[in-house]
Design a protein around this ligand. Structure first.
Ligand code: MG
Ligand code: FE
Length: 169
C-alpha cells in the first residue's frame, strides 16, 4: 500500500522525467526545422514554457524531499534522442514530428490532470497550484499543433511536389 502523498511523489518524479524528455524532443525538432517558421516559433515558445515547468516540478520535489529519478531521466533522454535521430531519416519528418508532438502534449495533459487530482487528495496546495499553472500550457500547445496541422501539411505537400526543394524539415 501507499499513501496519497507517496503516490503523488512518484508521479512528480514521472513528471520530472517527462519534462526532461519534452525539452530534448522540442530542442531537437527546433534545431532541425528550417522551412516551417511558424511551427519552429511555437516550439521555441514551448521550450521556454517547458523550462519553467521543470522549475515548478523541481520546486515541488525538493519541498517534498523527493529528489528526482536519475535513471528515469536518462531513459527519457535516450528515448528522445532516438526519436530525434529516427525523425531525421524520414522524408516527412516535419509531419511525423508534429504528430509525435501532439501525442506527447496529450500525455502531458493526462499526467497533469492526474497530478491535480492527487494533489487535491493529498492536500498539497503548492503542488496543486503548480500543476494548475502548467496544464493550460500543455493544452494550448496540443490545440495549436492540431489546429495548424492542415497548414503544415499543405506547406509540406507544396515543397514536396516542387523540384530541388527540401520539404522534410
Ligand atoms: Mg510540459
Ligand atoms: Fe508540453
Amino acid at each position: 500500500m501507499a499513501t496519497p502523498q507517496e503516490n503523488l511523489l512518484d508521479w512528480l518524479r514521472d513528471a520530472h522525467a517527462m519534462e526532461q524528455q519534452a525539452e530534448s524532443m522540442l530542442k531537437a525538432q527546433s534545431e532541425r526545422l528550417e522551412h516551417y517558421p511558424d511551427l519552429k516559433a511555437r516550439i521555441d515558445q514551448h521550450i521556454q514554457e517547458t523550462l519553467g515547468q521543470q522549475k515548478l516540478i523541481d520546486g515541488c520535489l525538493s519541498r517534498l524531499g523527493g529528489g528526482s529519478s536519475t535513471l528515469k531521466d536518462m531513459t527519457g533522454k535516450l528515448m528522445a534522442f532516438g526519436q530525434a535521430v529516427g525523425g531525421s531519416l524520414m522524408s516527412d519528418e516535419v509531419i511525423k514530428g508534429a504528430m509525435a508532438g501532439y501525442v506527447f502534449e496529450n500525455v502531458e495533459i493526462a499526467m497533469y490532470t492526474t497530478l491535480i487530482a492527487a494533489a487535491k487528495a493529498a492536500g498539497d496546495q503548492e503542488t496543486l497550484a503548480a500543476c494548475e499553472q502548467i496544464l493550460p500550457q500543455e493544452q494550448a500547445m496540443a490545440e495549436w499543433l492540431l489546429a495548424h496541422m492542415p497548414q503544415v501539411t499543405e506547406a509540406f505537400l507544396i515543397r514536396s511536389a516542387a523540384p530541388n526543394t527540401e520539404a522534410k524539415k
